[in-house]
Design a protein around this ligand. Sequence first.
Ligand code: DX5
Ligand code: ZN
Length: 258
Amino acid sequence: MTRVSLPKRVDGHDRPPAIIAPSILSSDFARLADECKRMVDMGADWLHVDVMDGHFVPNLTLGAPIVASLRKHTAAFLDCHLMTTSPELWVKDFAKAGADMVTFHLEAAAGPGPDDWHSLRPDEAHPAVVDMCHGVRAAGLHVGLALRPATPVELAMPYIEQGLVDMVLVMTVEPGFGGQSFMPDKAAKAAVLRKKFPDLLIQVDGGLAPSTIDRAAAAGANVIVAGSAIFGAPDPGVVIRQLRNSVTAAATSGKAPH
Ligand code: DX5
Ligand code: ZN
């Protein structure tokens, strides 16, 4: 059983509700519990936890022990984005730590080598990726599947069609660091997914801010990660509201995702 259920799409909306997930990568790590409480008090729906291993991405951040410590201080939904090779090694630790969702990279689950993902096909589920999805669910967690900017969105289709994933994360920057510029052309990947899957959670991550949210919202994204734009704002609550309003307006606009 998962700890918290996921919100569902309602009539008159073309996607599930807006979920705003501040990335704690941009917080003051020495004051993490307070930073998380501050975000929840200001209207955050989820907290996005960026896990980097120095192999899949050229940066090191945090792991399951920090999530376990954090869980003692917050009831918030902890959305853990694993930017690691061999993500299957960490699922049980994150479940035990109190994570709610584990999002792993399709490229990493396809094999340990940096180029192993070239063996993935749009019309065939890769056994290692299927095993990973089952493993995350068996650990009692929601399943997210992340795509690097260069990874074709079609490669995610077999897993969505088989009902193996709850969310697809479309990266709108190269994973590894906060504070990079939004890649607007990558939003088109969200539109491809939204046209086929009205009920899927579609997350965008990287460079989201009041100045870029409208593009992602028009493409059909509903789960919005933002690090520097929220934590760097004089009033994070204002930014959280702006992001949410943009998604909700697009969801009820009657315009096809594009
Ligand atoms: C990048 C991370 C993001 C990052 C977003 O690898 O996955 O979650 O924290 O930060 P901003 O919103 O500053 O681009
Ligand atoms: Zn992230």
